[in-house]
Write a protein that binds this ligand. Sequence first.
Ligand SMILES: *[C@@H]1O[C@H](CO)[C@@H](O)[C@H](O)[C@H]1NC(C)=O
Ligand SMILES: *[C@@H]1O[C@H](CO)[C@@H](O)[C@H](O)[C@H]1NC(C)=O
Length: 445
Amino acid sequence: MKSTNIYFGKLLLSLLAFTVVADQSNVFDVTSSKYGGKPDSDISKAMTMSWTDACASMSTSTVLVPRGTYELLQQATFEGPCKAPIQFQLQGTLQAPKDRSQLDVSWVQFKNLDMLTLSGGGTFDGQGAHSWKEHHDSTPVDIKFKTVNNSIISDITFMDSAKFHIGVHDCNNVAFQRLTITAPEDSPNTDGIHISSSTKITVSDSYIATGDDCVSIGDGSNQILVSNIACGPGHGISIGSLGKYPDEQPVVGITVKNCTLTGTTNGARIKTWPNSPATSVAWDILFQDMIMVNVKNPILINQNYCDKGKSCKLMIPSKVQISDVRFKNIRGSSSSPVAVKLDCSHSAPCRNVELSDIDLTYSGDEKNKITSECNNVKPRLARVTKALACANLGDIPIDNSPPHDDGGFGPTSSAAGNSLGQNPTVRVMVLISSTMALWLLHGLL
Ligand SMILES: *[C@@H]1O[C@H](CO)[C@@H](O)[C@H](O)[C@H]1NC(C)=O
Ligand SMILES: *[C@@H]1O[C@H](CO)[C@@H](O)[C@H](O)[C@H]1NC(C)=O
């Protein structure tokens, strides 16, 4: 009880401090006379100057891009460390250059920052249509977050990126929430958010419709929570692809919860390349409470993943060891007959895989019936129809007793859902209060 009081005392104190600071905060408006940014023109210089001033401010500062449409034709790096928490208030729309050949890195980078808040209801418009036809290999990520800690990105639209919309790399404790990410269904490689080498990242309450994965989680990802996402069209929510490079770090503690996938090619997917140069691991993965609407491959582990046009040595199995994976309460419709496919590696069969409360129907023509296929894995099955219970393996025992919420098996302490709290509001409060408390401490010392 006492510790709870102390905790809420701290929370109140830090929120109060936050309010006080916010009141006196310095606003660096890119359209002010000092910076001279004007709608419908290139504001690259104004952006850089206002960021530099805001970042040098000794108290919380705000970079403001007011309503209106602006061009941002140069590569922009918003780099810290800054002297105090910094807010990037994007109310207007920033347009990328149509021709990306001048940009050899990401269009926009947020780098080496602590306590960044990016919000404001505005839009990053990648203007990617030109690049989709050109198939450039440059600018793999439009908006990159690199070594950004204790930050919140909320209420922003990202659209029509040249390739991936958002890249998250070497980040720690960052919440992405209430985002809208859109690109046409046929735009190549326009993943919504790609996360790698990062810890405690949440992606929640967002709408993502692109030409590739809505969310993809690459190597070195720890304690990642993806929840309340409406995804589609696109390629679904994926872990991977893994096993392409040597020295890949483990993927551990991934929770994907309460997501609806509509018209996507995949639903809940783990993908690894064949012929991996080294061994690596992915474990403690939970896909739960997901609704599939006409999804081609609703539940998929693919250890023979091979991207279109790439030459893959499919005969040489993947060396990525996948274990402790749970697919729980996944319902809806499959647009292909094979609704469940667990295609694990011959050299590293999947361990401890569980399928429970799976209820998928086939929405295609009447000639085919719904079915399932499993290779190099023997999952535990509970409340799954026979057709979805690895039909190619013959009879595997199915536990049809009513669910008892034992939380499944395997280590759950590292699951993102636990460490960050289940309630999004509490999670954000905890995030804000812990970061602000840290800041307060810092200010007092
Ligand atoms: C972010 O956190 C990492 C690891 O905890 C640390 O090494 C890095 O210096 C931090 N970066 C900033 C800008 O605070
Ligand atoms: C599940 O996600 C939807 C949005 O896709 C949201 O409206 C709903 O509140 C979420 N449910 C829970 C229990 O969080």
